[in-house]
Design a protein around this ligand. Structure first.
Ligand code: ACO
Length: 345
């Protein structure tokens, strides 16, 4: 049986860090509040105004292709999960295709907020299992700092910038994407959204004055839906595939809030040491959190490891995906930025 297997991962993180101490100078908040309510210590920010999401997405893809020694012209399809495209159109995927030199690829952007990577992964996998393509790049990339209001303490502490990429290839040895449960409830779009800049409320002096080009979130309500959505989806995927907590090597959760992740892990009955966590370092990078986790943990992953990927985001969109890992990650070195962090800790 042919499955779509993740055969490589890559990442890009901007060098600049925004610490909780810096946020204390911008809004009425504290390091203690941010850590206890979210688990975030710092985030990466792409401060260069000339650089946007495609810059990070291309670098994540290039990191992957160089590691795998694959030429960009071998790529058939590029899907970019993002809510911060460089422009409304053309798609960020077009810009990535050009900068990467993926001359034989077509592609598109996929908008599903924090579930963008899971939705894109599942979409890309269909082109592999159908036999249509051999190499699909799935990228999650967001320059959240471009749409964050740094005078709003309820949102500005949460988000960071980054990009992660995976390569999907066909495999018939039993590994790969086994199952996906993707869901949506579009009845509450106003709880987490960017009000203006689309066709409903095009940019105007009024929308700018009303600060409607920034992320708006009713955090407490979203929190309740996120805890239930992520935990339910992860538990359902485990149940319908006959998996118990002991069978799962890692939970790979979207990194929105440490408390949401803990609730999901509890429901799955898995130990905390089997939960991929990097929210303390990068905050919520929206579509990039899950591939950034895979990249950070790649060196620890082994062929056949059972992973449950789970996400919840604006829309609402949410879901969980069961992946049997396809290769021995020990052949790859620990990413440079993690080595220096380990040396400092
Ligand atoms: N510093 C200090 N105090 C703050 C801050 C801050 N940065 N932000 C809010 N507060 C205050 C509030 O004003 C409130 O004060 P009050 O009680 O006097 O009114 C108090 O802290 C508690 O506020 P809550 O909003 O209830 O805090 P909560 O514990 O819910 O944490 C948070 C807020 C972190 C946003 C949480 O609700 C959350 O994580 N929500 C879900 C986020 C999520 O999963 N989003 C989906 C993915 S994102 C995407 O799709 C783009």
């Amino acid at each position: 049986m042919r499955r779509a297997a993740i055969t490589g991962v890559g990442y890009y993180l901007p060098e600049d860090r925004m610490t909780n101490a810096e946020l204390e100078t911008l809004v009425d908040t504290s390091n203690e509040w941010i850590i206890s309510r979210t688990g975030i210590h710092e985030r990466r920010i792409l401060r260069d105004p000339e650089k946007a999401t495609s810059y990070m997405a291309t670098r994540a893809a290039r990191n992957l292709l160089e590691k795998k020694n694959i030429s960009p012209d071998e790529i058939d399809l590029i899907i970019v999960g993002t809510v911060t495209p460089d422009m409304v159109f053309p798609a960020t995927a077009c810009l990535v295709q050009a900068e990467l030199g993926a001359t034989n690829a077509w592609g598109f952007d996929l908008s599903a907020a924090c579930s963008g990577f899971l939705y894109a992964l599942s979409t890309g996998a269909q082109f592999i299992t159908s036999g249509t393509y051999k190499k699909v790049l799935v990228i999650g990339a967001d320059k959240m700092s471009a749409i964050i209001d740094y005078t709003d303490r309820t949102t500005c502490i949460l988000f960071g910038d980054g990009a992660g990429a995976v390569l999907l290839e066909p495999d018939d040895s039993g590994v790969g994407i086994v199952d996906s449960l993707l869901q949506m409830d579009g009845t509450k779009p106003d709880l987490l959204c960017m009000l203006a800049g689309g066709s409903r409320r095009p940019a105007s002096h009024e929308t700018v004055d009303a600060r409607q080009h920034y992320v708006y979130q009713e955090g407490r309500s979203v929190f309740k839906y996120a805890v239930k959505g992520m935990a339910d989806a992860a538990a359902s995927v485990m149940e319908r595939n006959g998996l118990t907590g002991d069978d799962v090597a890692y939970l790979v959760p979207h990194q929105a809030n440490l408390r949401i992740i803990d609730a999901t892990a509890n429901r799955m009955e898995i130990d905390t040491d089997k939960v991929m966590l990097n929210i303390s370092r990068y905050g919520n990078t929206t579509a990039a959190t899950i591939p950034l986790c895979l990249s950070d943990w790649e060196h620890k992953l082994r062929t056949g490891d059972n992973l449950i990927l789970a996400a919840f985001g604006g829309g609402f969109t949410w879901g969980a995906t069961y992946v049997k890992w396809a290769y021995d990650g020990s052949q790859y070195e620990i990413p440079e930025h993690l080595r220096s962090e380990m040396a400092h800790s």
